[in-house]
Design a protein around this ligand. Structure first.
Ligand code: NAD
Length: 359
């Protein structure tokens, strides 16, 4: 497929190829949709088999960010940067500064952040050349580690699911099985412990598992057995693609709600959960706390405000459930519809003449 055909397929606005031989920079910036505001999305550094693969990944990820921002009620569009290179070998000051200059030249149409293969330190180098970067450290006025805000958003989304399934949003006595108790899973376990939920946890890292067992009384389960724990909520907080042909028959839960990205191996697995009457909180709606956290930096970071915005994930998940019931569609489709409806609504409003033309 030609480049323009690829852009037209999902109505991407712009693709920027950034090349600087001296800095060893080969990067792609994809901007999907800026109806709601500047495109915000992370900067991934990865070894791609071909330039086409890098472009495809940037386009796909940028589109994902449009949906995530729209579903979260943020006034942001979707974009993504992909640097072609080995994060372990190819990083340099020149590379990130060169990218920063390209981002600056877009005049705020795109804002970058940390992603797979890049770090807060890399973002701080980009920041030397552009103000259009978020996710820098707290010592420099940034938002720092987003995992507490992400966990809080997941917790709020879980509450909306409990209300739907049990007509009662209380966590007391509810059983939650957490897969992965790293950054987000740890904070989530703490929030659940405080609300007197019963926690089962699995992790391949014994130290991480030990912390939640000792501090929050979590019952340890092996990584293989976590799928079939009889529970109210299964919370994937480790890996993507864990909802698949193998795991679906094992689930003994009523709700799946967690922070992991890309939980469905394929869309039809979302439909399979719907058929099994397992309520699935779409990943990009419930795990938007990380995006909400970095987006707050644009107004001068304030953790309390970020948490307040993340608490609205309760309303966002509730709205997805309402659309799913009304349209009789699985929740992952309802989430897409919610995002598309918001973009369409704002597009319509932008037609209104605002009276500032010079003639
Ligand atoms: P993390 O690396 O700190 O934690 C992941 C944990 O999962 C680790 O402790 C790891 O040992 C464990 N794990 C890995 N494979 C496992 C397996 N097979 N079974 C059980 N445990 C396993 O990552 P994190 O920052 O806590 O993020 C968790 C997930 O949430 C990731 O998918 C991430 O992309 C997503 N997410 C995170 C944020 C954030 O704010 N950190 C925001 C949005 C989405």
């Amino acid at each position: 497929m030609g480049i323009f055909d690829r852009l037209e397929k999902y109505e991407h606005e712009q693709l920027i190829l950034c090349s600087n031989t001296q800095a060893g920079l080969r990067a792609v910036i994809a901007i999907h949709d800026t109806t709601l505001g500047p495109a915000l999305g992370g900067c991934r550094m990865w070894i791609y088999p071909s330039d086409e693969d890098a472009i495809e990944d940037a386009l796909r990820l940028a589109r994902g960010m449009t949906y995530k921002a729209a579903a979260s009620g943020l006034n942001l569009g979707g974009g993504k940067t992909v640097i072609i290179g080995d994060p372990a070998r190819d990083k340099s000051e020149a590379l990130f500064r060169a990218l920063g200059i390209y981002i600056e030249s877009l005049n705020g149409r795109y804002i970058t952040a940390e992603d797979v293969g890049t770090t807060v330190t890399d973002m701080e180098i980009i920041h030397l050349e552009t103000k259009y970067v978020v996710g820098i450290s707290t010592s420099r006025g940034g938002s720092g580690d987003p995992s507490l805000v992400t966990a809080y958003g997941v917790f709020r989304g879980m509450k909306a699911c409990l209300e739907e399934v049990f007509d009662d949003g209380s966590f007391e006595g509810r059983i939650v099985a957490i897969q992965g108790v790293g950054h987000v899973g740890f904070h989530l376990a703490e929030l659940l412990f405080k609300e007197r939920a019963k926690i089962y946890a699995a992790d391949i890292n014994d130290k991480a598992l030990g912390r939640v067992v000792n501090q929050f009384g979590a019952l340890p389960v092996s990584p293989e057995d976590i799928y079939q724990v009889e529970c109210d909520i299964f919370a994937p907080c480790a890996l993507g693609s864990i909802i698949n042909d193998q795991s679906i028959p094992k689930f003994r839960c009523k709700i799946i709600a967690g922070s992991a990205n890309n939980q469905l191996e394929d869309d039809h697995h979302g439909s399979a959960l719907y058929k099994r009457s397992i309520l699935y909180a779409p990943d990009y709606v419930i795990n938007a706390g990380g995006l909400i956290n970095v987006a707050d930096e644009l107004e001068g970071y304030n953790r309390q405000r970020a948490l307040k915005t993340a608490s609205k994930i309760y309303d966002n998940v509730a709205r997805v459930i309402t659309i799913s019931k009304r349209e009789r569609i699985p929740t992952h489709e309802a989430a897409d519809r919610m995002a598309e409806e918001r973009i369409k609504m704002i597009k319509e409003l932008k037609k209104i003449y605002h009276g500032h033309a010079s003639r």
